[in-house]
Design a protein around this ligand. Structure first.
Ligand SMILES: *Cc1c(COP(=O)(O)O)cnc(C)c1O
Length: 482
């Protein structure tokens, strides 16, 4: 593909700049000014449009391809939610507008959306209160662990110094715990793929500030001993943190609050169908039980006696600001539209179907690869590419082969406790034809591995660039067009 820079032809500008003299130059320090004019390509408007449209088509996205990226919940983002969040009444408000009635009804509407979304998430998780401010799952974790620390400080529990996390956890869990100042104690998984209960009990003591648990975990396995774990942790005045990034698996069926968790973050950009990929914007709201309410970040959206909404900054025990203004408002508005469009039954239907689709694929692929864990999975499952080694191939080769066949590869080499791991999350969005097609592609690739492994070594061949040296690409990154 010829790049736009190569199509430039002098004297064929796509825009007509007016001849107004801009005097700002005089105020800009000379070391910030270009020494010579920027070399911009001169191309017609139509060519510019074609260039960017062609670039956008090189992308994989949920709108164009099956995207079973495990743990990332790349589900369909309904266009109706986009339309709702793009109403001018929502896109044209400014966070510094006055909040009270009279100052502008539009702002009251925005505050109502925040307030109502918090109530809906509280209902869905069984937790007393929510903050919508964190801007990613990891940011929500940090916010949650900071509240954990504030709680222990307030209780006069100075000896609390570590957080227990199972080895299958998402890497953000130990990172968040450390950033918040805690040591991390890692507990291995047992043969069923969940945190080993005896080793956990051995690690638990008076110094345990809390436990961060993901259930179903990254192997798609639900921990059957959650209640015992919660009870034991509460016994030492520890707090239970639920990593609810993958709430898709239990939405409408179980509530973390009912199971005994004290803190929970959700990823609106996963379970609640707001777009993600490429790093954002996201939203990682955090819910807490009643006893942690005073520690929530400010500001808090409150409903006053006369029915209007106001922001409260006066919370002396609050951990303070963790984000500018009120979080990623546009993302929250999309999730609000999504929740209202699903309703209670729709939420349950969503998680039921996500789990059904994952189990369907798991059983279809089991004879081919052997699946790590024997039982039923939740929203995702993990198998291993170890069988490919006899043909001199790895999981990576299988993943690259999928790209040529129009499928975004699943998550590979994660979780770390499974060698040559491949983690598949089909989500509820996909129909049976798509799932069957995926199985056919996997069978085809498996056959190819036996008969012509070299061809898989070469994949992908249909993309603008072929197999990359990934280490070199990360260490010696070239970010500009040359
Ligand atoms: C995605 C994910 C996270 C992190 O969420 P980000 O928004 O990427 O920061 C944490 N835990 C689990 C289990 C996840 O799947």
């Amino acid at each position: 593909m010829k790049l736009i820079y190569e199509k430039s032809s002098p004297g064929r500008p796509g825009v007509q700049m007016s001849s107004i003299k801009i005097t700002a130059n005089e105020e800009i320090p000379s070391n910030y000014l270009r020494s010579k004019p920027a070399e911009l390509p001169e191309v017609s408007e139509a060519e510019v449009v074609r260039h960017f449209t062609a670039l956008s088509r090189l992308n994989f996205s949920v709108d164009t391809h099956f995207y079973p990226l495990g743990s990332c919940t790349m589900k369909y983002n309904p266009k109706a939610c986009e339309a709702a969040a793009n109403l001018p009444e929502l896109t044209e408000v400014h966070p510094l507008w006055p909040q009270l009635r009279g100052g502008g009804l539009l702002t009251q509407g925005s505050l109502a959306i925040l307030y109502n979304t918090e109530r809906l998430l509280s209902e869905a998780t069984g937790l007393a209160e929510f903050t919508l401010q964190p801007m990613a799952g990891a940011h929500g974790e940090l916010t949650g662990v900071m509240m954990m620390a504030a709680y222990h400080k307030d209780r006069g529990n100075p000896e609390k110094d570590h957080i227990i996390i199972p080895d299958s956890a998402h890497g953000t869990n130990p990172a968040s715990a450390q950033v918040a100042g805690y040591k991390v104690v890692t507990v291995p998984s047992d043969e069923n793929g969940v945190m080993d209960f005896d080793l956990f009990m051995a690690a638990l003591n008076e110094k345990t500030a809390g436990v961060m648990l993901t259930s179903p975990n990254t192997l798609g396995v639900f921990n059957p001993r959650i209640k015992d774990i919660c009870d034991a942790v509460h016994e030492v005045d520890g707090l239970m943190y639920y990593d609810g990034a993958n709430f898709n698996a239990i939405m409408g069926r179980y509530k973390p609050g009912d199971m005994g968790f004290d803190i929970c973050h959700l990823n609106l950009h996963k379970s609640f169908a707001t777009p993600h990929g490429g790093g954002g914007p996201g939203a990682g709201p955090v819910g807490v039980v009643e006893k942690l309410r005073p520690f929530l970040p400010i500001s808090r959206v409150e409903k006053t006696k006369d029915g209007t909404y106001a922001l409260n900054y006066d919370e002396p025990k609050s951990i303070g600001y963790i984000a500018p203004f009120y979080g990623n408002f546009g993302i929250i508005a999309r999730a609000y539209a999504y929740i209202l469009s699903l309703g209670r039954d729709g939420m349950l239907g969503t998680s039921n179907r996500a789990v059904l689709n994952a189990n369907y694929l798991q059983e279809k692929l089991r004879p081919l690869f052997g699946v790590e864990y024997k039982g039923r999975c939740m929203h995702e499952f993990v198998f291993s590419g170890e069988v490919l080694k006899q043909y001199g191939l790895h999981t990576l080769d299988l993943a690259k082969g999928m790209i040529d066949r129009g499928i975004h590869p699943p998550t590979v080499y994660f979780p770390l406790n499974v060698p040559e791991a491949i983690m598949v999350e089909p989500t509820e969005s996909e129909d049976r034809d798509t799932l069957d097609h995926f199985v056919e592609v996997m069978e085809e690739l498996f056959e190819l591995a036996k008969t012509n492994p070299e061809q898989l070594h070469q994949a992908p061949v249909s993309t603008p660039v072929g197999r990359l040296d990934e280490v070199k690409a990360a260490r010696d990154m070239r970010l500009s067009y040359t």
